[in-house]
Design a protein around this ligand. Structure first.
Ligand SMILES: Cc1ncc(COP(=O)(O)O)c(C=O)c1O
Length: 378
């Protein structure tokens, strides 16, 4: 990871973050990292190409990916799951759609705590369900928490599930055991389900312990996750739906539906290699991200003193509050005036206007230029 890396070299690699924008713009938007591929994953994919392992995915590789995932969760999260409860899905967002469609009360509305990762909205729409938007509570120090009374009321009125984002994109918050316990208690009191997106869990910083909600309430929760965020594999299309509820697992295993296809063999190979052999690479990445997080805090403090920011517990995403600068859509202003692409806050739902999400999974000299350009344009 060196100063020799430039926006040009990153653009030459491909990916959406650097090629989906104009040449003179710096990419700090979509959640991709700039750190290449873990050697274990690269070797596994090269090996698959050499063996021409490009046909349909098959039980052996499916099992290997499930075993690798459960070993990883046990070692890193102290979460014990049987491998036969792990089923592949093409990606996390589609896994959430499938969970809503197949594993929640038919036709029941779905709760989202906003601001939240916006593709969830379209998945609820694609599942033909009503959305119940639950604006989160923001304390005076800028920190967010769930509106638990509102959640109770939403379930009381008939919502059948909540899609929980844990850790929480775009805020970067990891829920505490106590908060999760309260969500579970409320859901259980209404026989409601929790669908928990835990894709960012491996990206938790030192001092933060990620708690899988299913470790507290296996029967209440459906977990959807992937190695794709922490090891930068989203283009390979593979995630895991983890069915710790006996009925869910039996139901999923017992029937065939087109909703069980769409997973790529290379995605399974890469996920297995990430969970099995990618841990030391991820530790190095976390050291870099931790340094970037610190640098970002300093740069915001010195160059963007009126921009609100709370350091994330996990993720390489920073949720920036530009409301004191007056613009409703700061990302639109900044891409034009600063040549920096952030993700606009509006689509994240209630509370998103006047905000933007910054991806800091890059190199320190690029991060510095991103913030200097923003400062020059405000
Ligand atoms: C919380 C969250 N869930 C899901 C995804 C997308 O995952 P996938 O590409 O596997 O659908 C992202 C991507 O940034 C994310 O932040």
């Amino acid at each position: 990871m060196s100063d020799a890396v430039t926006p040009q070299t990153l653009r030459a690699r491909g990916g959406l973050k650097w090629t989906g924008i104009d040449q003179d713009v710096l990419g700090a938007w979509v959640a991709e990292m700039d750190y290449g591929l873990a050697p274990s994953i690269s070797a596994a994919l090269h090996d698959a190409v050499d063996r021409a392992d490009t046909a349909y995915f098959y039980p052996d590789i499916e099992r290997r990916a499930a075993n690798a995932a459960t070993d990883y969760w046990l070692d890193e999260l102290e979460w014990r799951v049987e491998a036969d409860r792990v089923f592949p899905v093409p990606d996390v967002v589609e896994g959430i759609r499938r969970a809503i469609t197949h594993l929640t009360e038919p036709d029941s509305p779905v709760v989202l705590h906003t601001p939240v990762y916006f593709p969830f909205f379209s998945m609820i729409e694609r599942a033909h369900r009503e959305l119940v938007e639950l604006p989160s509570i923001r304390d005076d120090d800028g920190r967010y928490r769930l509106d638990l009374d509102g959640l109770d009321r939403a379930f009381e009125k008939g919502a059948g599930s909540i899609v929980l984002c844990n850790p929480w994109n775009p805020i970067g918050k990891s829920f505490s055991v106590e908060e999760l316990g309260e969500v579970v208690a409320i859901a259980d009191s209404h026989d409601a389900r929790i669908i928990s997106d835990e894709i960012h869990a491996p990206l938790s910083y030192e001092g933060t312990k990620h708690t899988p909600v299913a470790s507290l309430a296996p029967e209440t929760v459906v977990t959807v996750t992937s190695a794709s965020k922490a090891w930068n594999l989203p283009g390979l299309k593979c995630g895991q739906i983890v069915l710790t509820n006996d009925g869910d697992a039996a139901r999923w295993a017992s029937y065939y539906t087109p909703d069980k296809v769409g997973v790529g063999t290379f995605g399974l190979i890469a996920n297995a290699a990430a969970y099995e052999g990618g841990r030391s690479w991820l530790r190095e990445v976390m050291t870099t991200l931790s340094g970037n997080r610190e640098l970002l805090g300093e740069l915001i403090h010195s160059l963007l003193p009126n921009v609100g920011y709370v350091e994330p517990d996990a993720t390489y995403l920073a949720w920036l509050d530009f409301t004191s600068h007056g613009a409703d859509d700061p990302a639109a202003h900044l891409v034009e005036k600063a040549g920096v692409a952030l993700t606009g806050g509006g689509p994240f739902g209630a509370g998103g206007a006047g905000h933007a999400r910054l991806n800091f999974a890059t190199y320190p000299h690029i991060l510095r230029e991103v913030i200097e350009r923003i400062a020059g344009a405000l």
